[in-house]
Ligand binder design. Sequence first.
Ligand code: 5GP
Length: 182
Amino acid sequence: MTPPEVNLKRPRVLISVEDLERRITELAAEIDRDYAGSEPILCIGVLKGSVFFMVDLLKQVQTPLQIGFFQTSSYGSSTTAGEIRIRKDVDISVRDRDVLLIEDIVDTGYTLRTIMALLEFRGARSVKLCTMLDKVAAREVEVPIHYTGFQIDNVFVVGYGLDLDDHFRNLPYIGVYEGDVE
Ligand code: 5GP
């Protein structure tokens, strides 16, 4: 079967560059306040979608920190819904560390639930979650979110790291994709 074409027309703006900048400054201040006096934070991004958000956010955080990355993917639809595969594992030990997970978007919640359980199993001292976007209405499993950039409706968004078939990541804003997603 031929895959559907990606509509490369410029997506309509949902969250502007200015709104992203303003919110990221607020989030960085909250993180600094919460982690004041603590040992260096281990900030772990979930590739690839969180990269643009993570870079802009962490440049504004003053608290000492280190970074690492996970990359995940869902198994095919033939297996259990919500089963997540770790494609790239974090390369720093998380034992006794204060971990701040940085994600682009929480949708069903399966990805973050899996990663948080893994970090706790490996002995992280604390695990907090910072997500740029939260699609509350799409949630299938609960995950505790400590820092949220924006709550959005259940629409497919691209830009600022978020992709469709790896397109659109470099859009400076968050847009709504107008076309078929599947
Ligand atoms: P979850 O496991 O919470 O369902 O899915 C999280 C992942 O699904 C995100 O990291 C992201 O890769 C993808 N995702 C969910 N919703 C969207 C969306 O609206 N746009 C894009 N580009 N990816 C999404």
